[in-house]
Design a binder for this molecule. Sequence first.
Ligand SMILES: C[S@@+](CC[C@H](N)C(=O)[O-])C[C@H]1O[C@@H](n2cnc3c(N)ncnc32)[C@H](O)[C@@H]1O
Length: 298
Amino acid sequence: MTLLPDNDKYAIHHGDCIPHMLDEMPPQCVDFSVFSPPFPSLFAYTSKPEDIGNSEDLRGEAKIHLSYFYAGLRRVLKPGRAVVVHVMQIPRLKRSGEVGMHDYRGINIRIGERAGLVYEYDWSVRKNPQAQAIRTKSRELQFSGLESDRARQRGALPDYLIKFRAPGENKVAVDSKGEVSRNEWIDWAECTWGDIKETDTLNVRSAKSEEDTKHICPLQLGVIDRLVRLYSNPGELVFSPFAGIGSEGYISLQRGRRFYGCEIKPEYHAQAMKNLAAAERTQAANSKTLFDHQEAVA
Ligand SMILES: C[S@@+](CC[C@H](N)C(=O)[O-])C[C@H]1O[C@@H](n2cnc3c(N)ncnc32)[C@H](O)[C@@H]1O
């Protein structure tokens, strides 16, 4: 069973990624995976029960959802290859009478490990506290909280990039030349990435529909670019089970990789297909320059 015909650069399955990974995708077909899972009980993208954003209970239903998800992910990853999961901690909602924070980072690590993936590392990505205070209206970040009772104050919530690897021997080294310079590695090996521009995302406007309850939170292109260059070789297959409007695919194609994704929401699926077609056109137009560059550094 092949996932993509040889001359196709990308495809996005329209539907639930979980049964697709567990039953339909060929096993061990993915060279690298990067994605942002939906945040259970916080952002619902569709009204479908398969939409993980609709799992209300982070202690029960969402964990079951994620257990099947990680089992599927483990099945499709090649042995020894990396996956990076982009998450943030989730504040408990006052409207459900809760206080404090859900440890969504920890939940993902524990469920990923239970599925047999090896947890190796996580980077944090700096977020601007002022922008977050304005956007989320979190009392814990506001001056009013600082001045009335500091007991509840806390800093901005960073993003986390959790790195796992599939168990087993990596048969093809990730060693393509000219992808990551030593100077870049000096910066990227920092445990916190402080230079990612928060607004560096694909445009989401055209993906809006009445069913939207929140915006999509696309992953920063700068984050994807680093990870694709670090953990895959040109020509290899990058996979995002939650493709959204196609940010992970957009960079993968521009960097000369192939891309496979899944997306449940029809409007996002359609927008992602448009974005990937645009990325493929840019890559084709730049390929002569890219080829010249690769020869120069070989
Ligand atoms: C955080 S967004 C991903 C955004 C993406 N990283 C981007 O930059 O465009 C999560 C996506 O997962 C989709 N989704 C939720 N449950 C899904 C499922 N079971 N299978 C496939 N997609 C799902 C949502 O519709 C949403 O587009």
